[in-house]
Design a protein around this ligand. Structure first.
Ligand code: AMP
Length: 403
């Protein structure tokens, strides 16, 4: 029997997102999410995507990741897609931080696990959860290849000029302080898909990718290789996000500690969870913010303006970094859906060859598409991201065909 299925796992500290794909035709067989792991009110939402079954949901305590993955396995088995099936070729894991070491997807062995563990100090929230997910999946199917696909890998091509902070080199190196970048799987997928949309090879195209979801990042991609990105040591740097501040003067942190009396942990929480759009206006959902703006809400409008101002600064910066830009691609929840954000981000940049066609921008679609007018020198694209498909593709390319 041919093995062409890949399970993609994205393990967070209290959640697991999963998709089962068939790589013979890149179709999705099932997807779902386990939330609030470790609480009384855990929830599993499972969506079968073949056979016409309806979405299923169950709530009740799921103690840990092991129990979560077992529950997922039960749901899949109920659809005839059990994880014990010989058709399952490999499991692909999203791993947030691969440091400098992991420049591409990697088959997981003990040495790889040890290196992901060694990176915990630079990714204290994410890597432990990713490790738990991997170990749980290994226990469930010890015979199966497991592949780590790193959020940072696409950005390891950044030159030192972009990757280094201008701080004392030995201190930086001792503590591995440098710019790593995140959302790499999405930036890789979207930059390639944008080249395809333009009918060109990735090597021939310079693209600015704007991944605007609840987390948000920009990247400058020259000929298929990342040369700069807006997230840094952690996903806090760069654009204004749903709950993260993005760029700020680092002295704000000293000030809040010395003058405001906040602890380091409180400042961490403030900047990561209570800032960005939610800190500015109380909402982090762009739909809600646009609704409030339409009702004349001034704090929602200010939040929107700050969000757009930062976005524009990055478009300009990456335009300068690349020298020649062929396309700007919008992706993720906001980038794919919020036409007013795309319009405002590009407004006034005609001198740079950038423009958005109002009619094309208003069209809703799940397909990659151009929204710039014919005459625009730089194409503006909307390219839905698909991180799970990218993880599955990379996993299958590495491990699937040998199994
Ligand atoms: P993501 O992290 O990529 O799932 O993006 C989530 C965010 O996308 C949400 O917080 C919303 O701000 C935004 N979003 C999702 N759907 C829409 C929509 N139809 N219009 C505007 N923003 C949206």
């Amino acid at each position: 029997m041919s093995s062409s299925r890949v399970l993609v796992l994205n393990s967070g500290s209290s959640s697991v997102k999963y998709q089962l794909l068939d790589m013979s035709d890149s179709s999705r067989l099932a997807m779902g999410l386990v939330e609030r792991i470790g609480e009384e009110t855990s929830r599993l939402k499972h969506t079968p995507l073949t056979g016409g079954g309806a979405e299923r949901e169950r709530t009740g305590p799921i103690a840990d990741h092991e129990a979560a993955l077992k529950a997922v396995a039960d749901e899949l088995a109920a659809d005839g897609l059990g994880l014990d099936s010989p058709e399952l070729a490999a499991i692909g894991h999203r791993v947030v931080h691969g440091g400098k070491h992991f420049t591409e997807p990697t088959v997981i062995d003990d040495a790889v696990l040890a290196e992901i563990e060694r990176l915990i100090p630079v990714a204290p929230l994410h890597n432990p959860a990713n490790l738990t997910g991997i170990r749980t999946a290994q226990a469930l199917r010890p015979d199966l290849p497991q592949v780590a696909v790193f959020d940072t890998a696409f950005h390891t091509t950044m030159p030192e000029a972009a990757a280094r902070y201008a701080i004392d080199v030995s201190t930086a190196d001792e503590h591995r302080v440098r710019r790593y970048g995140f959302h790499g799987t999405s930036h890789a997928y979207v930059s390639r898909a944008t080249a395809k949309l333009l009918g060109k090879a990735p090597e021939d195209v310079n693209v600015i990718v704007l991944h605007l979801g609840n987390g948000a990042s920009a990247s400058a991609v020259r000929g298929g290789r990342c040369v700069d990105t807006s997230m840094g040591l952690t996903p806090l740097e760069g654009l204004v996000m749903g709950t993260r501040s993005g760029d700020l003067d680092p002295a704000v942190i000293f000030h809040l500690a010395r003058v405001g009396g906040l602890s380091i942990d409180e400042i961490d929480t403030l900047l990561n969870k209570k800032s960005g759009l939610v800190g500015l206006c109380g909402d982090n959902d762009m739909r809600e913010i646009r609704r409030r703006i339409d009702e004349g809400d001034s704090s929602a409008l200010l939040a929107f303006d700050i969000y757009i101002h930062r976005l524009k600064k990055y478009i300009g910066a990456y335009y300068a970094v690349l020298g020649r830009v062929d396309a700007i691609a919008f992706t993720a929840g906001v980038g794919e859906n919020a036409a007013p954000v795309r319009e405002a981000a590009v407004a006034g940049l005609e001198e740079l060859g950038l423009a958005v066609d109002g009619g094309l921008n208003a069209v809703r679609s799940d397909e990659p598409r151009l929204i710039s007018p014919e005459y625009a020198r730089v194409k503006v694209a909307v390219v839905p991201t698909d991180e799970e498909l990218e993880i599955a593709t990379q996993t299958y390319a590495l491990a699937g065909k040998n199994s």
